[in-house]
Design a protein around this ligand. Sequence first.
Ligand code: PXL
Length: 283
Amino acid sequence: MNKKDRILTIQDYSCLGRCSLTVALPTISALGVECVGLPTAVLSNHTAFPSWTYLDLTDEMLPITDKWMEFDHSYSMIYTGYLSNEQVPTVLKIIEKLKEDRTLIFVDPAMADRGKLYAGFDQKHVEQMKELIKVADIIKPNLTEACFLTDTPFPGSELSIPKEFYLEVFEKLAKMGPKKIIISGQQPKVGEVADYVYEVGKGLQEYVTPTHPGLYHGTGDLFASAFAALLVKGHSFFEAVKIAHDYVHEAIGYNVKDQIDGLRYGPEFEKAIPFLLKEAGSK
Ligand code: PXL
């Protein structure tokens, strides 16, 4: 691995409830890639709990990155996750400052799920996110986010959606900028979980496995973090998707075994790290 492999991830720090920086830092680090975390906000816990505290750090984000300009600030990838309302313009400025030719831009638009925007977001944030994905090489929306970003009506349920629908959404997204797109964690049938993956020039590929029962929060962040580090380490796009998918599945297996509420407390990924390292091999 190139010694300078380093990912900058820009997302919130939610102290309780595994998501955002609390899963990105350990997952990326475990894979042997340096991870610089730029916190956008500090929350007591994520917003799927009934209430939370919120300290906005928007005003700190540019001063922090300006300080880095005095030092080595070379990044293999800039990976953005959950951003608050109004933070996209700041993130665009940061990308402009820090991006080099080698820097991949990976955007997880983390703003909605199951047909609805997360608490605190509005259409203005959707419009801003449309601007951010224009500068991305790779994006990882879930189906709800993909629908919001392309002004496509959400199909009502995520079950049994025809591949033509995914293809239509992928093509609309690719026209906006990103050449590689992942829609992860879909349910083609009860008991199955699928990632749909699109590359301009290659079309659609899918990876389908059996799933665990229950609802889990933060699995998108866990997937995105593993995927980002695996790609930077030299795994192919589709290989990185498959290993990230299997890592999430392994982590959730521990929630089921230990009866941990995955909707609030997130995937039990700590126990799945040895599995992730084995799957990632020696790259
Ligand atoms: O996992 C996405 C996420 C990240 N950060 C915060 C959230 C959520 C989803 O609700 O509330 C604060």
